[in-house]
Design a protein around this ligand. Structure first.
Ligand code: 2PG
Ligand code: MG
Length: 449
């Protein structure tokens, strides 16, 4: 095993939206090779590292020829000769080489593809799957999945304001069972929409395209789909939301286009707290906009003992922001998206900061994805405890769920499954974030008649 980097190559490939994206290949002295592809968001936080695009007329300005050239050119030259097994030193070199806080010179898409490809090359050299290369023999925790049923917001032409209507499966015995339940709910939701004459295809991440008159109608339909699939809402299948409020909120004003009303920060907290009281909701991501830390704190204060409060655009996988949010009591969980920062090591640092704060972590895909499976291995390799990769359709999503199934099967009796108890708290340490309800981990919520 000789993990010295001897070659780096960039390739322009295509993502699930039919847009160009960056693939990197890293070759080692022992002949091993690793590849990784950068994903891309649509509802991005302003604090994210830069997804470098070429602009101009071609492909709507989304071309990545410069980023691809950076992979094989400047980045490749800088890391050739380095030891790929020293991920931290390698990533430090990448950060220093770019030299800007947001990786605006070389592009976080270029930098990330190389950082991840190096980790894949090392795993190949060791002859083990990436999750084991990252976490060793202890990497046995399968994540609790959040799976989208309806898409919305920036992923569905803003047909509804809320971006992700997802399900989680409390009490599922294992990862495979959580997927089984989700598949039934996804099917039932599609059938309900077909019967109502409102089936309009699928949104960016494979969830049903929402054809609702109000945001709450989507919640009601989701509860009916859970029941129709034969599950008890709340106990067997519950709801997780990504409000993605930065998409419609700024300076403490929130404009709900579908319902034609504007709320202030307190109004948003009240609206969402009302939903949490009426529907079996266990997790809410970006309930307030990225510029509304006070709103995040008020929301966490109001409902953080019952639901997981996740920062995505608000925390942008940034360790310093996680520490700051923890100090303010704003949120109790962080979404971890490697391309929001640009290297594996910085993503890991955000997760470590979460652990220290007693925050939960959720490894997440982007709305623009590919066949790349790295995030599944990060979730399991690091024992993060939760995973969000979109809906239960389209192979850029299913490939990731299927990879987790493969790993669960390979681990056999050694596989552990992170249940609902992991919501709002560190997966391994189980620090309290949510108070368990009387029947275990699931808060009892009054349901719809
Ligand atoms: C999010 C993600 C995934 P995007 O907001 O959490 O749903 O969307 O990749 O567009 O930021
Ligand atoms: Mg989000």
């Amino acid at each position: 095993m000789n993990t010295e980097i001897v070659g780096v190559q960039g390739l322009r490939v295509w993502d699930s939206r039919g847009r160009p994206t960056v693939e990197a290949a890293v070759w080692l002295a022992d002949g091993s090779v690793g590849r990784a592809i950068a994903p891309a968001g649509a509802s991005t936080g302003s604090g994210e590292a830069l997804d470098l695009r070429d602009g101009g007329a071609a492909f709507g300005g989304y071309d990545v020829r410069r980023a691809v050239a950076n992979v094989g050119g400047e980045i490749g030259a800088a890391v050739t000769g380095m030891d790929a097994a020293g991920q931290e030193a390698l990533d430090r070199r990448l950060v220093e080489l770019d030299g800007t806080p947001g990786k605006t010179r070389l592009g976080a898409n270029a930098v990330l593809a190389v950082s991840l490809a190096a980790a894949h090359a090392v795993a190949a050299s060791r002859g083990v799957p990436l999750y084991r290369s990252l976490g060793g023999e202890d990497a046995t925790l399968l994540p609790f999945p959040q799976i989208q049923i309806f898409g919305g917001g920036a992923h569905a032409g803003r047909r509804v304001d809320i971006q992700d209507f997802m399900v989680v499966c409390p009490g599922a015995e294992n990862f495979a069972e959580a997927l089984d339940r989700t598949a039934e709910v996804y099917r039932a939701a599609g059938a309900l929409m077909r019967e109502a004459g409102s089936l309009a295809g699928v949104a960016d991440e494979g969830g049903w395209w929402p054809t609702f008159d109000t945001n709450e109608q989507a919640l009601e339909t989701l509860v009916r789909a859970i029941e129709r699939a034969g599950f008890t809402p709340g106990d067997e299948v519950a709801i997780a939301l990504d409000i993605a409020a930065s998409e419609f909120g700024r300076n403490g004003r929130y404009r709900l286009g579908l319902e034609g009303r504007e709320l202030d920060s307190d109004g948003m907290v009240g609206l969402l707290a009302g939903w949490i009281a009426r529907y079996p909701i266990l997790s809410v991501e970006d309930p307030l906009a990225e510029d509304d830390a006070q709103g995040f704190a008020a929301f966490t204060q109001a409902v953080g003992d019952r639901v997981q409060v996740v920062g995505d655009d608000f925390l942008v996988t940034d360790a310093a922001r996680v520490r700051d949010a923890a100090a303010r009591g704003a949120a109790n969980a962080v979404l971890l998206k490697p391309n929001q920062r640009g290297t594996l090591t910085e993503t890991r640092a955000a997760f470590e900061a979460a652990r220290q704060a007693g925050f939960a972590g959720i490894v997440s895909a982007r709305s623009g994805e590919t066949e790349d499976l790295t995030i599944v291995h990060l979730a399991i390799g690091w024992g993060v405890g939760q995973l969000k990769v979109g809906s239960f359709a389209r192979s850029e999503r299913m490939a990731k769920w299927n990879e987790a199934l493969r790993i669960e099967a390979a681990l056999g009796a050694r596989a552990r499954f992170a249940g609902a108890g992991v919501l709002g708290r560190d997966a391994e340490e189980g620090r309290p974030g949510l108070r368990p309800g009387p029947a275990g981990a699931v808060p009892q919520t009054p349901l719809l008649k």
